[in-house]
Design a protein around this ligand. Sequence first.
Ligand SMILES: [Zn+2]
Length: 306
Amino acid sequence: MIYQRTISKKVSVTGIGIHSGKKVTLTLNPAPVNSGITFKRVDLPDSPVVKADARTVGTTENNTSLGSGVSAIHTVEHLLAVFYGLGVNNVYCEIDGPEIPIMDGSGASFVFLLREVGVSALHQPRNFLVILEPVRVEVDDKWAEFTPAPRLIVDSTIIFAHPKIKQQNLKFEFHCENFINDIGRARTFGFLKEVDMLKRKGLIKGGSLANAIVLDDFNVVNPEGLRYRDEFVRHKILDTIGDLSLLGHEIAGRVTTYKSGHNLHNLLCRKLLDTPQAYKIVPATVLQKEAVESLELSFATGSLYH
Ligand SMILES: [Zn+2]
């Protein structure tokens, strides 16, 4: 039996938005079964609420945002990846600004927060979104594709004309512990030569060596260096898991990406949702016994329970 989860108690964290540069406080609250992940902008009149859903995604330039206009919530992907990574399905998030705090540029702080507060099982099985046939999206030379697989596998390839990145590929078979150790700590990255251009667009106002890997023409600028030799593709997998979590269910399928970004991830989710024969939603209770066992293994996070 695999149950839905929420967090065990309310917890808050304060930090700055990497793009807005604004200080924000994010408060996570336990939420009931089938409520999913919701965000409430408590700083705005009427406190608008937006649900984390592939179809509520607004802009996807350098981050994934939910909603639109002044009530949008930016840079949700790392937090959502951590919820998915720790098997947490239902959380009511309150935020007093336009962007999730970037913390150290990875999911590590959110993993720490959730482990501190603990997760609780709810008395309702979780659902799985099972990929039944291939679905693919392409934009120029970039592409992303779902194909059937018994559990979530993310196979990512990135290519950057930089001597510290070049081409990196990693196939990640999802498992909670692997997520925490191998993906959750991988930081976002940016190029020094693009800083002025991005700032003119109103982006990365809060970016610094404390919350991103920064690359000059030849090297990593951060004095501490990299956390993994291939930290860049690991971060791409973190982003991919966060963006695909917006499908709203655990995924039993393989996603293969080539030079992908937030826009392509969202296009893939929307195309899947527009292709009903390509997937089915299955409660954990009716999955075949072998499948349940393998998925239970992937969410075996007993140490998180309080
Ligand atoms: Zn990211």
